[in-house]
Design a binder for this molecule. Sequence first.
Ligand code: ZN
Length: 688
Amino acid sequence: MTAAPTRDASTAGAHASEPQPGACVRPPSLVGHVMRISLPVGVLAGLAEVAWSYLLPIFSDAWRAVLPTTAAGLLQFIAAAVATDALLALVGGCVLAGLMWLLVKVTRAKAESSWLRTTAGTLLLGSAACYLYLGWIMLFVLLPGERGTVGYQLVVWGGAAVLVVASLLVVVLLNRAGRRRWRGAPLATWCGAAAVLVLAAMPGFGRQRALAVGGPAIAPTPGRPRSNVVLVTLDTLRVDYLGCYGHPWIRTPVCDALAADGVAFDQAIAQAPSTAPSHASIFTSVYPFDHGTENGKPMVRGLVTLADVLRANGYETAAFTSSTTTRSINSGLQQGFDTYDDSLVAWSSLFARDEFQQLIFLYLIGIAHHSQVRGEVVSDRAIRWLDQRRTDRPFFAWLHYFDPHTPYGSPPPFRGTYAGKAADGLPMAADRERYAEDVSYADHQLGRFLGALRQRGLYDDTLILVASDHGEAFGEMHDGVSETRHGRYLYDTTQRVPLIVKPAGTRGMARRAGEQVELVDLAPTVLSLLRIDIPAQFVGKPLDELLDGRPFSYAARDAHAFNVIDVAASAGAGASGRALEPKAGQPVMFVQQLAVRTPQWKYITIPRVPRAELYDLVSDPHERRNQARSQRELTADLHARVTRFWDPAKDVNRDPRQRLAPSLLKQLQGLGYLGGEENAPENEGSQP
Ligand SMILES: [Zn+2]
């Protein structure tokens, strides 16, 4: 009888009868040993992942939000962990067996030689670590929200099948060898497989684990059956990069058609220049310092979201998001959604070159770098969800397209469509052209979803809102500062965003609204149109008067934008943009920046420095000439109006980078946030 060289390195109980001296290892016995050793390792690794996940909130509070809080949720979580690890165990075990077999063949080593045992032990330990690591990555990156896809089925059902086949193999091998010492193992694998199959069939399995998280209790408003609601955010979309907002050469037929069916707002103001805080303001209808969200930092507990209110009023709520900044764990935006699909790996594009490379290489060396999925995936998921719905309830769907965000560039046929178009003397022409590709691509993908609504007869009776969370800058100059990308400044380049609303039951309205509105107005507008009570927490105002073409009661209201930025700790009073920016290695402070915007004036300040900028939006819409010194009275008035939102206690050396996991920090920096390379000033001073 022969024995595998891995035998002695395995855990207690894995031993067989003494090998014959000099016996060579044959593949059949190796398979048996692989099953005996690697499957229990896989199952144990799965359980260890679950345990480890529940320890994580000790280090980062954000984890608490995505862990199951119910017994059923926990069971499903365990099933998913064991299933993924059983799959990995099979693959890893086969590789391990092959390696050992080769080693024995090549070296003609005796099975009992000590160096061989050491090598086997090392390989086993290494593979166990790999199971833990890869299984954990798969659980948190791949699995959520992919229910119904081939890849998802492969993981869950494949994992269960592996357990069944493995237990059969072990039984056969043990019987053939006449040994009964591992009788418990087949039973355990049978039970494990059965548990996985039962749990996989349970409703809700494979959905975002954040399901259990909800806001405060909300009493429903009685009323008639209500229309469906679709909210679309086209991330990083500049207001002037849409055909319906006057761009000379970009093609955005879908948004243009939607604007022709509804109302386009010309002065819509986003509340923050970056993704997570701006979206949190959309959903909570409070200003950024009140929901506390920053990129990588979820919103505070206890707030009511639009999704909460709609769900309490009988809506099925679903979100399909596409960036690391909108993932539930990083933003808390999943609150109130029945389905929150924020997976950043799409099975459909898993083997596309770039995604595959990222998975294989970057994850293996610990750089979880995946930061977005394309709009195609967002539309695919949303359309699939539309077809798999089994309720008659009205729905609220949020679709988030990240494509216009850096890195720029879209697949064919959009790639290169605008080459040479931006050669009109504007800075960063190449970037503008590739950005425009992305906008057209996102527009096209949105069109696929709206087309699906039409095909199902849902378009006309659905309230559709399309907005951007912030714009994008391409070297614009403001008071001596060159602005690129977004996230740092509060100029209109990033804060004035497109907003198109098509009320349910209308078509061909083609109305423009020039009044100043804010993105915090979206949630109250939706509720007002649906005749649902607006929570007292919401600071935004309903826009139905503008949708109806009536005079707007809140036309004279201030609009606001806020963010937290890093400035040089040495920056003195009145320091302008360049002097504010910290140089490498320089001490920094993280301080609040506030902006207030009237229909004519825009005032931006950093009270801690203090820094004051005042622009006349009528005569100087691109905010180039700072008039704070010449308009002292107005400046003082606007300063008083905006600094009531300033909390000096939150100002000091609070470096958000310190609380972030290294992998998340890398992702955010890759997107240009928190000192990322793309935020580095480019083209500074090159253009007026
Ligand atoms: Zn964004």
